[in-house]
Design a protein around this ligand. Structure first.
Ligand code: FAD
Ligand code: NAD
Length: 466
């Protein structure tokens, strides 16, 4: 690394310590390249996922699920938050040390802003540092959208997911605006900790990406847990009082008012490009505010790449990680790997039990013109899967969509215990061309969750043949 006072010249500069950027940075540093990673917050080494995203929220799912009705909600919650923060601190330190201890890598802490297409100014606590680099990766993630609802933005009771998981006081009444991934996961977590939870979704349904038969079962699980769900909700005003907030909304043409102690904004996350100085670098953005990239993740400046949430792709940690493989292939490989290569990418919404999908659902398969058969069973009726009874989690349903002509698995939806693991097996089968009947007739350990496939895939409930 060439270093003059407050200025560095390196091979690779990574702006934002997210999943994809750190993977590329680590690989390049291990090859002896001079690398700088810039992170604006000393509470965010490793990015969103280990600090304020996947890891703490899934740890809270676990902690909330272990609460017995006899456990005092506030005490249980405060202890759980403390334990979760111990995990995130450990991961944060591990991320910092793992990177900074590499001989040719340096972590700079401070906000980064482009000054031209090769140079970034970093405002560290010790003053500005200028970094010039051969290649630059933008990996700044995303930030929560606060819906434009009168009174919401300025409400002292408004929290983002990050603020909520740092509170040690359990909200007695939690209102959540937005019924997507974040809204549903937080509703499930906080209800299990003992909060009264109301979920407002402006769309006509939560789980609107699911087939109706799945959506009904998933929604019933949440309602049975005691979560109030208001769909088609138009939240028109948020008004602060001395001890709480009132939320006015219309639903089915009727105006109603709800009182809450805390309002969580869970209405999506937008790419974090503000204050990055992209114009100074000549890096173009899309109309949605994401950094514009091609299928190799190159921006409008070919030596600058964008990875993870900031490039407008699906907002998942494993997509950011896969972005790193594409960028590494550009930097040191044969440059062929592209975002268009991705097939059968699974996803999981971590309610209890988890809801996981891969490929096409029934509605999508029919819309795409496939002749299909649908195999489906409620978890409680899958005789080959005693594990659901062993762990006392028999709620949910498993469903496969199969090409009638070829026996190809077109997609699966698993709302079941261990679905976050099972879906990876189905995705691998789909990518590898394993047929539905082969997955059905495979040998699985016992008692496991995967052996459910022995039954479910044979349980055809609809077929375009009939
Ligand atoms: C509550 C929550 C739960 C989630 N759960 C899951 C889950 O279970 N599974 C899953 O796959 N995904 C989950 N996600 C999504 C996942 O966390 C993100 O998709 C992923 O972390 C994005 O990673 P990234 O590489 O884009 O960047 P990030 O990990 O977001 O990192 C970007 C970093 O850049 C820094 N930064 C931003 N601007 C600057 C700047 N100008 N200068 C310096 N540094 C800057 C930020 O501080 C941040 O640390 C969750 C998200 C949230 C919010
Ligand atoms: N398990 C996981 O993998 C996981 C968990 C949490 C978050 N994430 C990622 O984080 C991203 C952000 O999550 P999210 O849930 O905030 O976004 P989202 O896009 O999944 O859902 C936002 C929801 O808010 C609703 N909404 C928007 N404005 C509203 C309003 N004014 N009133 C009521 N409802 C409104 C939308 O209709 C939508 O259903 C997700 O896209 C996801 O990729 C992933």
């Amino acid at each position: 690394m060439q270093s003059m006072q407050n200025s560095l010249r390196v091979d690779l500069l990574v702006v934002g310590f997210g999943k994809g950027g750190k993977a590329v940075a680590g690989a390049m540093a291990r090859l002896g390249k001079q690398v700088v990673v810039v992170e604006q917050s000393d509470q965010m080494y490793g990015g969103t996922c280990p600090n304020v995203g996947c890891v703490p929220t899934k740890a809270l799912v676990h902690e909330a699920g272990n609460r017995r009705t006899s456990d005092v909600p506030q005490e249980w919650y405060e202890r759980a938050v403390g334990e979760v923060h111990q995990i995130t601190s450990l991961f944060r330190q591990g991320n910092f040390d793992g990177m900074n201890s590499l001989e040719t890598a340096t972590v700079l802490t401070g906000h980064a802003e482009f000054t031209d297409e090769r140079t970034v100014r970093v405002d560290t606590l010790d003053g500005p540092v200028t970094v010039t680099a051969e290649n630059i990766l933008i990996n700044t993630g995303s930030t929560p959208v606060i819906p434009d609802i009168p009174g919401l933005r300025d409400s002292k009771y408004l929290v983002t997911s990050t603020e909520l998981i740092h509170r040690t006081e359990l909200p007695k009444r939690l209102a959540i605006v937005g019924g997507g991934y974040l809204g549903v996961e937080f509703a499930a977590i906080y209800r299990r900790f003992g909060s009264e939870v109301t979920l407002f979704e402006s769309g006509s349904a939560i789980f609107d990406r699911e087939d109706d038969d799945i959506a009904v079962v998933a929604e019933k699980i949440l309602v049975d847990e005691g979560i109030e769900i208001v769909t088609g909700a138009n939240v028109t005003e948020v008004r602060d009082g001395d001890t709480g907030v009132t939320i006015t909304y219309t639903n089915d043409g009727r105006e109603q008012v709800l009182s809450a102690d805390v309002v969580l904004a869970a209405a999506g996350r937008r790419p974090a490009t503000e204050g990055l100085g992209l114009a100074a670098a000549g890096v173009r953005t899309t109309s949605g505010g994401a950094v514009e990239v091609d299928e190799y993740l190159r921006t409008s400046c070919p030596h600058i790449f964008a990875l993870g949430d900031v490039n407008g792709g699906p907002q998942f940690t494993y997509i950011s990680l896969d972005d790193s493989r594409i960028v590494l292939d550009q930097l040191i490989g044969d440059g062929k790997r592209a975002t268009t290569d991705r097939v059968a990418v699974p996803r999981t919404l971590f309610m209890t039990p988890p809801l996981a999908n891969v490929g096409l659902n029934e509605t999508e398969a029919r819309a795409a013109g496939y002749r299909i058969k649908v195999a489906s069973q409620p978890v409680a009726e899958i005789i080959s899967m005693p594990r659901a009874y062993v762990v006392h989690e028999t709620r949910g349903v498993m469903k496969f969509v199969i090409d009638l002509a070829t026996d190809e698995i077109l997609g699966a939806t698993l709302l079941s215990v261990d679905a976050q693991e099972l879906i990876n097996l189905v995705a691998l089968a789909m990518r590898s061309g394993v047929k539905a009947s082969e997955l059905r007739d495979a040998v699985y350990t016992h008692p496991s969750s995967s052996e459910a496939f022995n039954d479910v895939i044979g349980a055809v409930v609809r077929s375009d043949d009939f």
